[in-house]
Design a protein around this ligand. Structure first.
Ligand SMILES: Cc1cc2nc3c(=O)[nH]c(=O)nc-3n(C[C@H](O)[C@H](O)[C@H](O)COP(=O)(O)OP(=O)(O)OC[C@H]3O[C@@H](n4cnc5c(N)ncnc54)[C@H](O)[C@@H]3O)c2cc1C
Ligand SMILES: Cc1cc2nc3c(=O)[nH]c(=O)nc-3n(C[C@H](O)[C@H](O)[C@H](O)COP(=O)(O)O)c2cc1C
Length: 792
């Protein structure tokens, strides 16, 4: 086999080394445009896990790499002169140039052909490397090969908003430092770490307005250095900043739909980039190199395409996960000003947990004393702001009380509204509903939402949806609410909604969103505009007229009066997921030209009118919330600024909390799933219009709940599907954290004591296991941080 690698970065070099090691009989050549020692950048970072992978693949390069490592354990977050330090993070830094030199040397030793100062013109690939069986395009984030074959690789490129530049310094440091600084023009963050004795990387990052106002657009490298040295004089401690192609840039976020074309395959940054703030670009490139090498060695002789397919199958999901984490981290840095009013402890938690992979429970394993400090600050703040005093009992944030108007809930866990499709044809509740709702209340959730319940028969999604338009409905709900109030501390929230154009469909477990099969059982639909939900499948709704609006508004008013009589503690108007109210809010479903269409003020008019009418009859002591879809997951959909306008208008109308969901507005949405995947939308509404919010979406662990609350991403945390398989989520979590302040029904008290014992044991064992599982520097025989310092 003849293999040509374009680009001698960590990805290309490591691929060539590993492949040649296993197949010395193959001919492998690398073409690199730069000279051997002519590289950009300062240091790169590896996590413990990546080190492990290196250890297993090429012991010789690992030994040489580790002899050059600067290892550190602490992350220190500095905010205007304060410092919060979290240990147990296990990272190593190395100079990029040394890393490349080591890999180059290993390639030479194994017999890889290295060709420096050899730029490859993608237009001449065929002419120059026609004899190659495989061409690996490892030519970095600005890959010319990827761009030349754009139609084949289909890259998605977006240039991110923040401006950054990469410098070095001689200042030694024993930890990873984030230096956040408020300047007259905005906040600047310096990401800093030592990568060899006497050398540290300094990446400066800020938003465009701050960058412009500091005049960095006009400055050259020297000028930028002088200004940053002046701004960071205290942190640099008399050390200079060093330059090496330290131009201002914006991060290009790239993901290629196709990773191979013919005998060409993309590797490293060329196919997918990951923002530097999670330090994973080199890791990704090298892990992909391992996978590509395995696939090529095992399959390429017989079938090159099969080798590329195996590489793609193995790496696509991990790349997407890392890229998603990097995106979330990057987005936080783009909005770091939104957390700037926080005290240093909370701010440090946000920085530590910004990418969502690190949670409260992870931090307990990493550094319990750090968690103790941030917990103390949390309880102190809560006491100052609300008078709730948990300074001694310390039950973790999820087991602190929360008050909205006259309603007080025992903890911050909520059962999210979930349609059960189990009512009879008249919208009447069944035994299923009684068991479903009461068991979740007994399971400990502070607040239990009903499924979307309908104020009239034609407001239903399906024939199985629950109603609240008859005396019988009212009595059935009252039966549940009374039981919940008698036997638990849970509060109950009635969610009222009208399905709009998404009505008259089959049950959730049938062909969801499709019209009812038996044609005669379908009913006419209404929506903001006459656009069917599923083109060619759903019925076209009628554009609702003023008389229709008034009729439906009256239905909502009567239903909310019934909810009050049934004893509900709270009420929610459903304005999300493309249903009737949401169809007004989203520009994708509202094409009206009257005063209910066009600007966000107009699109809000009808939902706001209905909300006001409901609020007017709902008691002032009881809270009301509104559920919105904060994004439509589609271009041209609702914008962040519009969600702020919606939240503000609703707050003015007496809404106490925004229940922040996303999507389901249009059938061709493109959601980005992942753990806690909607929480950033709640965080934005919590931090900008500063409303109380509830977050929801793929939140599955108590550690995530505590992270969300600690970092002020939400005030309440709702779980939907996890409650379907565990109504006792909250009680179990209380036992896990040994939070003793939660009510248990008296019938189950002896079970409670056992649960606390069992979960305490499990927790201790798990923390111990996770601590043991973490590789320590001694395992790698790495120099300690102090060693790096002593070598100064
Ligand atoms: C500010 C900043 C900080 C970073 N910090 C970290 C960090 O801390 N940790 C981390 O893991 N990663 C970090 N990265 C990311 C890291 O640098 C890259 O992700 C990683 O180098 C990708 O490896 P690669 O082999 O895919 O590409 P590259 O390292 O970019 O290598 C591509 C090579 O191809 C060569 N080349 C390009 N075009 C041609 C051509 N036509 N012909 C011949 N040769 C060509 C280039 O000269 C280059 O040597 C950071 C990146 C930035 C921008
Ligand atoms: C079966 C099912 C039914 C749902 N019904 C409703 C509903 O009636 N009203 C509503 O606002 N959301 C509804 N949702 C959305 C959930 O409230 C929640 O936002 C979503 O499931 C994401 O949270 P999760 O990842 O914790 O499940 C439903 C979700 C599921 C799975």
């Amino acid at each position: 086999m003849r293999i040509t690698v374009i680009g001698g970065g960590p990805g290309g070099l490591y691929f060539a080394l590993l492949t040649k090691k296993r197949r010395p009989d193959w001919s492998i050549d690398i073409y690199e445009q730069n000279r051997a020692d002519d590289t950009f950048g300062f240091g790169v970072v590896f996590s413990d896990e990546t080190l492990h992978e290196f250890l297993s693949r090429d012991r010789i390069s690992f030994d040489r790499i580790r002899s050059q490592f600067a290892y550190w354990d602490d992350v220190a977050i500095h905010k205007q002169g304060t410092e919060m330090r979290c240990g147990g993070n296990g990272f190593a830094g190395i100079s990029r140039m040394k890393l490349l030199n080591i890999l180059q040397q290993r390639c030479r030793e194994e017999g890889v052909g290295l060709h420096f100062s050899e730029p490859v013109d993608p237009a001449k690939l065929e002419a120059r490397f026609g004899a190659s069986d495989i061409i690996v395009a490892a030519d970095g984030v600005n890959s010319r090969i990827r761009e030349h074959f754009k139609a084949e690789f289909e890259p998605e490129l977006s240039i991110k908003a923040n401006c950054f530049c990469w410098m070095g310094s001689t200042r030694p440091m024993d930890e990873f430092n984030y230096f956040f600084k408020e300047t007259e023009h905005g906040i600047i963050c310096a990401h800093c770490y030592q990568y060899e004795p006497g050398r540290s990387t300094w990446v400066f990052e800020m938003d465009e307005a701050c960058w412009e106002s500091h005049g960095f657009r006009e400055t050259d490298e020297e000028d930028s250095r002088a200004r940053l040295e002046a701004l960071y004089a205290e942190e640099l401690r008399g050390h200079p900043l060093l330059l090496n192609r330290s131009h201002w840039r914006r991060f290009p976020r790239i993901f290629c739909r196709n990773w191979s074309h013919g005998n060409m395959v993309l590797l490293g940054d060329a196919k997918a980039s990951a923002h530097f703030s999670i330090g994973s670009g080199t890791k990704l490139a090298m892990e992909c190199a391992i996978s590509l090498s395995d696939a090529v060695v095992e399959k390429a002789e017989r079938d090159v395409k099969a080798a590329f397919a195996a590489y793609d199958a193995e790496r696509r999901t991990p790349c997407q996960v890392i890229q998603h984490n990097a995106d979330v981290s990057l987005a936080w840095f783009e909005h770091m000003n939104r957390s700037w009013d926080m005290d240093p402890e909370q701010f440090s938690m946000v920085v530590m947990c910004r990418a969502k992979s690190i949670t409260y429970d992870n931090l307990v394993v990493r550094d319990p004393s750090y968690v103790e400090k941030v917990d103390t600050a949390y309880y102190e703040r809560l006491f100052r702001e609300t008078g709730y005093d948990y300074r001694d009992s310390r039950p973790t944030p999820m087991f602190t009380r929360f008050k909205l108007r006259g309603m007080e809930i025992e903890n911050r866990v909520v059962m999210s509204p979930m349609a059960q499709y189990s009512a009879d044809d008249g919208g009447n509740l069944t035994d299923w509903h009684f068991v479903h709702y009461t068991s979740h209340a007994l399971g400990g959730a502070g607040l239990v939402f009903t499924e979307m319940t309908c104020p009239s028969p034609d407001a239903r999604i399906t024939w199985g949806c629950t109603g609240l338009w008859t005396d019988a409905h009212e009595a059935q709900w009252k039966h549940i609410v009374d039981f919940v109030h008698e036997h638990s501390q849970a509060k109950m929230c009635m969610q009222l909604g009208h399905a709009g154009r998404k009505g008259s469909t089959q049950l959730g477990w049938e062909k969801a969103d499709w019209p009812i099969e038996e044609k005669a059982r379908n009913w006419p639909l209404h929506s903001a505009s006459p656009i069917p939900y599923l083109e060619g499948v759903s019925a076209t709704p009628r554009e609702i007229d003023r008389a229709g609006m008034e009729r439906i508004e009256q239905d909502f008013v009567q239903a909310v009066e019934r909810a009050e009589r049934a004893g509900f503690d709270m009420c929610e108007l459903h304005c999300a997921h493309g249903y009737l109210m949401a169809s007004f809010l989203s520009p994708l479903t509202n094409e009206r030209t009257d005063e209910y269409g066009g600007s966000i003020e107009n699109r809000l008019r009808y939902p706001l009118e209905v909300f006001r009418a409901m609020r007017a009859v709902w008691p002032a002591r009881k809270p009301m919330s509104v559920r919105i879809s904060a994004t439509d997951w589609k271009d041209g959909g609702i914008s962040e600024a519009e969600t702020f306008a919606i939240a503000e208008a609703l707050a003015e109308a007496g809404c106490d909390l925004i229940d922040v969901s996303a999507g389901q507005t249009v059938a061709d949405q493109k959601p980005v799933y992942g753990r806690m995947f909607q929480v950033q939308f709640a965080e934005a509404i919590r931090n900008v219009p500063k409303m109380a919010v509830m977050a929801v979406g793929a939140i599955t662990e108590p550690g995530q709940v505590n992270t969300i609350l600690h970092t002020r991403r939400a005030d309440l945390v709702a779980l939907g599907r996890p409650h379907m398989w565990n109504p006792y989520f909250t009680h179990q979590a209380a036992a896990w954290y040994d939070a003793r302040n939660q009510h248990w029904p008296k019938q189950y008290l002896s079970g409670r004591d056992q649960a606390y014992r069992e979960f305490q044991k499990r927790r201790e064992q798990e923390i111990e296991l996770r601590r043991k599982a973490r590789p320590r520097p001694s395992e790698f025989d790495l120099p300690s941080p102090n060693h790096a310092r002593a070598a100064e």
